[in-house]
Ligand binder design. Structure first.
Ligand SMILES: [Zn+2]
Length: 44
């Protein structure tokens, strides 16, 4: 899952396609969303 770096709209197009743009803002900068970025840490 990738997201637009500017507007954070999820990119549904294949990221490997050449010349893709965010359909929302036209940005070409994306970042990869990690599914396991939210880690549960027990504070005690
Ligand atoms: Zn965008």
């Amino acid at each position: 899952m990738y997201k637009c770096a500017r507007c954070r709209e999820p990119i549904l197009t294949n990221i490997n396609t050449v010349g893709i743009q965010c359909k929302n803002c036209g940005s070409k900068v994306f970042y990869k969303e990690r599914p396991n970025v939210k880690k549960v840490v027990k504070a005690r």
